[in-house]
Design a protein around this ligand. Structure first.
Ligand SMILES: [Zn+2]
Length: 412
């Protein structure tokens, strides 16, 4: 089971508004200062306005080097590299964009717009840890609501709750009605109340949080987690770069914190959450459950949070070893869009059908190209491909063709 809590990829939409190739305000800025320079500057300005960033930034940089005391030229260099970096980031090349933003920061080291952009590029590039420093420096110069929310989410995912709360408090002091910030604050406080008496234990690949009294019950779960790390790692040929956090609740705590239906046995929302005690199976069933939730974590990281839910659930079930009922028949007019809606249906019976069909589609993909092909789809999604583009690249046919084949095979 995967919760629909917005993770980092969702946050990016907040932090990144699409802009025209040369943002109007930046063009206006250059125009007002154009009188300062000579012909060199006019040439640079022309290139900049035409979106010819490499040539423009090179000329601005040269002029700045000739006038090291002039703050105006440094502004030019910074804005030029910022616009170039944004352009490159829109083309889904976050690593290159990060280098360009850093180039701009050499001219203006404390520029909040460049620091924010560098942080977002680092997140896009799948390196959230590297986003913290520039984003923190950006808020130190300019109190930006979006940057604070981004930082709060990053710290919450890293389990650094105090830092997350500090940013949320500052944000809400400025904008008390900010709904997303309120929701995150409530979630963190709910978890904090329950987890106040928890202890933290670090194993080779996991951070495990649980009540001190629950020590004996925790051991088999930790062992199952390490087995899942090996097994899913072999199957997907991938291991997360950082330790995955798992929180083990007792009794009703699990449902208090996660706010999920009674029939849900485990959850992944950036952290794996499982109920201890009677809520938890033993033996092979425990292994299956733990593999399923750990698979969500690995899939999430491998695709940088960009896997659609049907593929998350289809692949998590496949990796835990569930196989499809050969008698399964799908609803008429199956498309991946329809499947995504079905799996998120609030009616448990309909959602269950969605899970079964998601598994069926995943099995079909594995039959076509092995698990390695599904892994390639995940990596392509992580690099910014749409699901349709990733499918066409990996399976050599348009998504509509695939969907039509599935409809024929599944009946209706
Ligand atoms: Zn799941």
């Amino acid at each position: 089971m995967i919760a629909s809590v917005p993770l980092v990829a969702g946050v990016l939409l907040l932090g990144w508004r699409p802009q025209p190739t040369v943002p109007v305000d930046e063009r206006a800025y250059v125009a007002t200062t154009v009188a300062v320079g000579g012909g060199e500057r006019a040439a640079a300005l022309q290139l900049y306005a035409a979106g010819q960033f490499p040539g423009a930034c090179e000329r601005f940089s040269r002029a700045a080097a000739d006038n090291p005391k002039s703050p105006v030229w440094r502004q030019d260099v910074a804005r030029c590299f910022e616009a170039w970096g944004r352009d490159v980031l829109r083309q889904n090349r976050p690593e290159e964009a990060l280098l360009l933003f850093r180039q701009g920061l050499k001219a203006l080291p404390d520029d909040p717009a460049l620091l924010k952009a560098a942080g977002i590029a680092a997140i896009h590039g799948g390196r959230p840890t590297e986003a913290l420093e520039p984003l923190e420096r950006a808020t130190a110069t300019e109190d930006d609501v979006e940057v604070r929310l981004l930082l709060a989410r990053l710290y919450d995912q890293r389990d650094q709750t105090d830092l997350a709360l500090a940013h949320l408090t500052a944000l809400l002091a400025r904008e008390p009605g900010h709904a997303a910030a309120r929701r995150l604050l409530e979630k963190i406080e709910r978890e904090r109340r329950v987890e106040a008496a928890f202890q933290r234990e670090t194993t080779e690949h996991f951070v495990v949080k649980h009540r001190a009294a629950g020590g004996e019950a925790v051991r088999p779960v930790v062992q199952a987690l390490e087995r899942a790390w090996e097994r899913v790692g072999d199957q997907l040929d991938y291991h997360p770069t950082e330790r995955v956090t798992i929180v083990l609740y007792e009794g009703v705590q699990f449902h208090d914190v996660t706010r999920v239906h009674g029939w849900v046995t485990g959850l992944y929302d950036g952290k794996i959450r499982l109920p201890l005690g009677t809520g938890l199976p033993s033996g092979a069933a425990l292994d299956q459950l733990v593999v399923h939730e750990y698979a969500h974590a690995a899939i999430h990281e491998l695709s940088r949070g960009r896997t659609p839910r049907w593929l998350q659930e289809g692949l998590a079930q496949y990796l835990e070893g569930v196989r499809v009922d050969p008698l399964l028949r799908g609803p008429g007019g199956l498309t991946l869009g329809g499947l995504e809606a079905l799996i998120g249906d609030p009616d448990p019976a309909r959602a269950r059908v969605g899970y079964d069909i998601a598994l069926w589609v995943t099995e079909d993909l594995v039959t076509r190209g092995g698990l390695a092909s599904v892994r390639t789809v995940l990596m392509r999604l992580g690099n910014g491909d749409s699901i349709a583009a990733a499918m066409t690249q990996v399976y050599g046919m348009r998504l509509a063709e695939l969907e039509s084949q599935w409809r024929n095979l599944l009946g209706g």
